[in-house]
Design a protein around this ligand. Structure first.
Ligand code: PLP
Ligand code: ZN
Length: 452
């Protein structure tokens, strides 16, 4: 049974039936899915949620599908991890990581939006699906597209990370690199959707696709014992995810699953692509498109489709917006890895780095619960880390060699603790193997294994 009422324009309020389109015919505003919440409330409660398998589809009454046929039933249900070691480093009391770096099947939150979009594409009778992508969406469309028997056609800027390209073509997807940035790819995809009638998940299926992001918020609230956190820090590209987490808490409050949301939403971008952060911080709320230049390529959207709404959510919720430089992004990735054992991609580095900055500046309260939304996996963006990778010892296969190495490591750690003595211990045995996958690197002051 469907609880979808239809599509509604976010600007002029015009309503229309659910169909594969994203833009209002009256005023060109973005369309959004609306639900019959009174009907949802009858028979949908916390117990019903708890009785279902742990996946994003526990919340199917609040997702825009018409039938029972779900594509991607296993997607979502990722851990919310209490992050005490990172909390101690940042000097905050209660910190959590929503870890979509381990989402199924392609290790980013984009698996969620694609599960909804492909379910919808099948309902609409489409046989080819595609997307304009900065990488993660490409991976998700390629993997789920092949699994559910769609033809795929995926367009990306030509200069994406190798892992994101390979993580698309390995599934046999048709991939097209475009000489241009994401915004040019997106424009081309709008023309393709019109010409070919394909389901371009973030173009003509966008209203449905976006709803998948709400499940990040639904899960956070459930995992906190049916409570919305006081603070959410979320990275932004198009600005859709952060707004949909806001919508999720609002819907749960409307249905009585949680108290009315007191959440402040804090938005994070890379300094090299920060149009939403700029719109918040200059006080105008107006998005001025930028040319992106950042290692966080998954966030490199210079003209964000939902930027205006993301900026408004941040302001209205009493949140903050901040950006992080490339060096800070890498430090953010390492900080999360070294404290919590979670390896995130550059987008997650942005989130951690911005959270750290906001806490240090007193803009994010140290005594209130904070959830960091970690959206993608570090194995996809190792390019960003290689030049700063820690050097590790390579030894002969003999016990004495190992003992010597350990003794030297201990001496180095002790010397590092007493800076004056550091010069007397040379890290000469800490070399990188010429056979190693990680090339010798200028390691920014790090001589060996990180000290604990
Ligand atoms: C890993 C990752 N995190 C966050 C985002 C931002 O999502 P949104 O465009 O909904 O703001 C993206 C978008 O591609 C992404 O790939
Ligand atoms: Zn309109």
């Amino acid at each position: 049974m469907s609880f979808v009422k239809g599509l509604k324009c976010r600007e002029c309020g015009a309503e229309q039936p659910a169909a594969p389109k994203a833009i209002c015919e009256e005023c060109f505003g973005p369309l959004e899915v609306t639900y019959d919440y009174a009907a949802v409330a009858r028979g949908f409660d916390r117990d019903r949620v708890a009785s279902r398998p742990r996946s994003m589809w526990r919340f199917r009454e609040l997702l825009p599908i018409d039938g029972d046929r779900i594509l991607g039933e296993e997607v979502g249900g990722t851990p919310l991890v209490r992050a005490d070691r990172l909390a101690a480093r940042l000097g905050v009391r209660e910190l959590y990581i929503k870890n979509d770096a381990v989402n199924f099947p392609t290790l980013s939150f984009k698996d969620r939006v694609v599960s909804v979009a492909l379910t919808k594409a099948r309902e609409f009778g489409m046989t080819t699906v595609g997307c304009a992508s900065t990488g993660n969406l490409a991976n998700a469309v390629a993997a789920q597209g092949v699994r559910h028997g769609f033809e795929t056609c995926i367009l990306v800027p030509e200069d994406l990370e190798a892992a994101k390209i390979l993580g698309t073509t390995v599934f046999g997807a048709r991939l097209v690199g475009v000489k241009g940035d994401y915004d040019q790819v997106n424009r081309l995809c709008s023309q393709i959707a019109d010409r070919f009638g394909w389901g371009i998940v973030n173009v003509n299926l966008r209203p449905f696709y976006g709803e998948g992001s709400k499940t990040v918020g639904f899960e956070i609230a459930e995992q906190l014992g049916w409570k919305a956190p006081a603070n959410v820090v979320c990275c932004m590209a198009g600005g859709s995810l952060i707004t949909k987490i806001g919508k999720a808490f609002g819907e749960l409050a409307k249905l009585g699953f949680i108290d009315k949301s007191p959440t402040a939403f804090h938005g994070a971008q890379a300094t090299g692509c920060n149009p939403i952060v700029a719109a918040v911080n200059d006080g105008t709320g107006e998005i001025r498109p930028v040319k992106a230049k950042t290692i966080a390529r998954s966030l490199a959207i210079g003209n964000p489709a939902d930027g205006y709404y993301a900026a408004r959510l941040i302001k209205d919720s009493g949140g903050q917006a901040e950006d992080a430089s490339d060096v800070e992004i890498v430090d953010g990735i390492r900080l999360l890895a070294e404290t919590e054992g979670i390896f995130t991609e550059t987008a997650g580095g942005v989130t951690v780095a911005v959270a750290k900055k906001l806490i240090e500046q007193g803009r994010l309260p140290r005594t209130e619960p904070i959830v960091l939304v970690i959206t993608g996996n570090g194995l996809k963006t190792i390019d960003a880390l290689v030049s700063t990778a820690a050097v590790y010892p390579v030894i002969e296969p003999r016990l004495e060699a190992f003992e010597k190495t350990i003794a030297r490591a201990d001496a180095l750690a002790a010397a590092a603790a007493k800076p004056a003595a550091a010069a007397s211990v040379t890290p000469s045995s800490f070399v990188t193997s010429s056979k190693s996958a990680v090339p010798p690197a200028p390691n920014h002051g790090r001589t060996s294994w990180p000290s604990r």
